[in-house]
Design a protein around this ligand. Sequence first.
Ligand code: ADP
Ligand code: NA
Length: 333
Amino acid sequence: QFTPRVFSGIQPSGGLTLGNYLGAMKRFVDMQDAGTHETIYCMVDLHAITVAQDPKDLAHNTRELCAGFIASGIDPEKSVLFNQSQVPEHAQLGWIFNCVARMGWMGRMTQWKDKAGKNAEQASLGLFAYPALMAADILVYHATHVPVGEDQKQHLELTRDIAAKFNHDYGVDFFPITEPVIEGAATRVMSLRDGTKKMSKSDPSDLSRINMTDTADAIAKKIRKAKTDPEPLPEALDGLDERPDARNLVNIYAALAEITPQQVLDQHAGSQFGTFKPVLADLAVEKLAPIGTEMSRLMEDQAEIDRILARGAERGREIAAPILAKTLEIVGM
Ligand code: ADP
Ligand code: NA
C-alpha cells in the first residue's frame, strides 16, 4: 500500500563529527545507493530553533550541513535533499499532530526530560512539542522506514503512536506505522578521550572528536592521541568487553573499512596500538579528508547550495503537499 520510503533528518546546529558521518550520513548514502527505497533527507532547522540559535550561524550551519550531505555521497538527484522550513507542510502537519499527541506522551520523552532538565519552566514550548513535529517530518512523506540511533527510538515509537491514534480517531488507514531501521553497534562512535561517552560536537575537548572538516593532519593527530590501553588487540570480540577505548577504535576501523569488527581483529590481533593507530589514521584520512575538502569547495559557492536546497524543497513539496491536503480533508478542513 505504501511506497518504500526512507526519511531522516539532521539538525543544522553546527559541527559535524565522525559520529554524524558513520552513524548518519554514511548510512543515508548506503540506503540511497541500495535503491530499495526512495530516500528523503532533511536539514531540520525548525527543530534546531527549539533551543536558541544565532541567525547567522543557523544559515551558515544549514548550508554546511547540506555540503556535508553532498560531500558524503548524497546525490540531490537520487535523494530528495532539502531544508525543513522550506517545506511548510512539515509545520502544518506538525500542528495537526500537536492536537493528536497527548501531554502525557510528550512528558514521558526522556530526551525532553534530559534537555529541559530541572528548568522545564524556561524550556521552549517547541522543545516539548519537538517529537510531534518529528512525527510530521516522517509522516508527511508517508515514510515507511527511518534509520534511528538508540537516542531516537522513543521518538519513533511516538511517531507510530501518533499515526495509530490519527488512523483510529478518524477511522482511516491513512498514515503508515513507520518501521525503525536500527543501527549496528559499530556505528555508535564514542569519544576518543573516553570510550564510554558518545562522540559529540558539544564535548569541550576538541581531541575527543574528529570533525568532518578536519584536515588530514588533524585527523591523524587525534587518532594518534586517542586514549587506549597497553594491551594488544585480542583475537575475539569479547576480549574488548572491558576495553571501551580499544573497542571504539576497532569499531571505527570496521565502519570506515566496511568490514565487521571481528574481521578487524582477524587482521590485527596481537598488534599493539602503536602499530594499529597509524593504520587506522591512514584509513580515516583516506576516507574523511576528501569529504572535508569537498565540503570546503562546495561552501565556496553558496548560491549553488541555495539552488540545490530550493530544488530539493520543490521535490519535497511534490510529495508532501498532496498528503497534507488529504490529511486536512480527513480532519474536515
Ligand atoms: P540531534 O540532536 O539531531 O540528534 P546530533 O548532531 O546529535 O543531532 O546527531 C545527528 C545524527 O548523527 C543523528 O542521526 C545521530 O544519531 C547521529 N550521531 C551523532 N553522534 C553520533 C555518534 N557519536 N555515533 C553515531 N551516530 C551519531
Ligand atoms: Na542526537
